[in-house]
Ligand binder design. Structure first.
Ligand code: G4P
Length: 525
């Protein structure tokens, strides 16, 4: 197959949701359709439990297992599908944000009873930053939920995107009868608890009296009424708007009951984007260019002390990657070649000889990579857009073993390169502050510093609300701000100015008092 056709047939995406909306179940059903797994429950056992456990070793154990499921590749029809898994535990949200930089599109699962929840909103805002195309799957239709029209309004308002239903439910909960597949003009009939594919009847004219035979008079009338309303209110599905991240098609179903998932997948492969051009500091990279390029978006440390090495996950942005060929590590300006790159097929990790734009490969790493690093066939490129987000929890990190200062510094630096957390140095007192998105990261850091670097750290509390990056075109104003807020000024690892606001009020006041200063809540601006 030619390079072009290989790349053209790739669909690389992530499923995102608020915990419990059904991401794992949906992933599993997609894998079943792709023949990548054969029994339900196979994905479940690898899942990071969402319980608010503080036992991160337990979580880490599960996370260890989940390396193989970090990316799930499989073939479906003529397409090569790569699903990138995102951690369910919200303390690993930063991992999820970064994973979103490596996908070409996203499927959002929403619980029909709960609608848009906090995590959904947050993840959607990350998608909007790069206009990632989004398909919404409204799950759990076998349960009583919100009125579908109200839900569509809620999705539009809360997610800030226009929606267009491409399937429509016939009732819900105990009386759920199925969906009308608007995209394919099929009637999909639901049988509760059926683990196989639903019965599908071609039905291009819902005004045909045949409809009553399948769903009864009342539901047939209701469906016709609903369809009229849908066609009146929502304009035709426009693929270009979807690809531009402005319009989200919506499907209804029940992942647990294997219902509505095939319709979702069939539409997905047809409309979802193949690998798209990506910006670098130097120029836009077209995926179909022959020369290979890719960037590291995730580094997974192995917690097993006997196998200390990490796996660096590379998103291939252009061309073809080949085993045992020299590629340039741009930040180190050195050539590297990889004898055992891995690809992720189904739930197995296997060595591959080649991989194409859109694919994710894993490279064994002993500390050469950090998040955002670029590998190319030779050209000097720097990919943009792996942002760090304003952390939400902060602690001073102190050295608890003065004999091991060097080890501590090295450990902290490497862990930050891996993206475990963010380091800020207070410019006033020189103290180092670690910022994270979840409590667990502090435990992770302390444990890893001790076991991997032989260093000991101690946490001391600091009361902070947010860290935000600041800049201004007015040097005088910036200087003035830094002087006024001297105690609250820090530098991030790259030496950029960061303002540490100790309350929402202080931040608000700063924003209104210093109108010429821009406050950023992600590192990418
Ligand atoms: P997540 O990855 O988004 O966190 O969600 P997950 O798939 O684990 O699903 C969360 C819960 O919702 C699970 O139940 C799952 O079985 C259930 N679920 C998923 N899809 C549907 C659906 O279409 N209908 C209904 N009724 N339930 C659904 P659980 O009790 O938390 O887990 P388990 O005991 O089933 O493993």
């Amino acid at each position: 197959m030619s390079l072009n056709s290989e790349i053209q047939r790739r669909r690389t995406f992530a499923i995102i949701s608020h915990p419990d909306a059904g991401k794992t179940t949906l992933t599993e059903k997609l894998l079943l359709f792709g023949g990548a797994i054969h029994v339900a429950g196979a994905v479940k056992s690898n899942k990071i439990k969402k319980t608010a456990t503080s036992d991160w070793m337990e979580i880490e154990k599960q996370r260890g297992i989940s390396v193989a499921t970090s990316v799930m590749g499989f073939e479906y029809r003529d397409y090569k599908i790569n699903i990138l898994d995102t951690p369910g535990h919200q303390d690993f949200a930063e991992d999820t944000y970064r994973t979103l930089t490596a996908v070409d599109s996203v499927i959002i699962a929403v619980d029909t009873a709960k609608g848009v929840e906090a995590q959904t909103r947050k993840l959607m805002s990350v998608c909007r930053m790069r206009n990632t195309p989004v398909i919404i799957f409204v799950n759990k239709m076998d349960r009583e939920g919100k009125d579908p029209f109200d839900l569509l309004d809620e999705l539009e308002a809360e997610l800030g995107i226009n929606v267009r239903p491409l399937s429509w439910p016939i009732n819900m909960g105990a009386s759920f009868k199925g969906v009308y597949n608007i995209y394919k003009e099929n009637l999909e009939l639901y049988t509760p608890n059926k683990q196989t594919i639903s019965e599908s009847v071609a039905f291009s004219d819902i005004n045909s009296p045949e409809l009553e035979k399948y769903v009864g008079q009342a539901d047939a009338d209701k469906l016709r009424e609903d369809m009229e309303l849908i066609n009146g209110v929502y304009s035709e599905f426009d693929t270009d708007k979807y690809l531009a991240g402005q319009l989200a098609p919506v499907f209804f179903g029940s992942a647990l009951n294997n219902f509505g998932v095939k319709e979702l997948l069939d539409c997905f492969v047809e409309v979802a984007p193949s690998p798209r051009p990506i910006n670098t500091l130097e120029r836009e990279i077209n995926p179909y260019e022959e020369a290979f390029s890719g960037f590291i978006f995730k580094i997974h440390a192995n917690m097993d002390p006997n196998h200390r090495s990490c796996i660096a996950f590379v998103k291939i942005c252009s061309g073809k990657f080949e085993r045992n060929v020299n590629y340039k590590h741009i930040r180190h300006n050195k050539l590297m070649r990889f004898s055992s790159p891995t690809a992720f097929m189904a739930q197995k990790k296997e060595t591959v000889d080649e991989a194409f734009a859109g694919d994710i490969i894993g490279l064994p790493d002993t500390g050469n990579f950090k998040i955002g690093d670029t590998l190319t066939s030779g050209e000097s490129l720097h990919f943009k857009g792996i942002p760090s987000f304003s952390p939400e929890m902060f602690k001073y990190i102190e050295n608890a073993d003065p004999m091991k200062t060097k080890q501590l510094d090295k450990g902290v630096n490497q862990l930050m390169d891996e993206g475990v957390a963010q380091l800020f140095t207070n410019q006033y007192n020189g103290r180092k502050i670690i910022g994270t998105v979840g409590q667990l990261q502090f435990e992770v850091i302390q444990y890893r510093l001790l076991h991997e670097y032989g260093a000991q750290c101690r946490w001391e509390p600091i009361s902070l609300y947010k860290a935000c990056w600041i800049e201004s075109d007015d040097a005088l104003e910036l200087d003035n701000f830094k002087k006024r807020k001297a105690q609250y000024m820090a530098k991030d690892k790259e030496g950029r100015d960061v303002f540490l606001a100790d309350s929402g009020y202080v931040l608000q006041m700063a924003q209104s008092d210093f109108s010429k200063i821009r406050f950023h809540f992600t590192s990418e601006f």
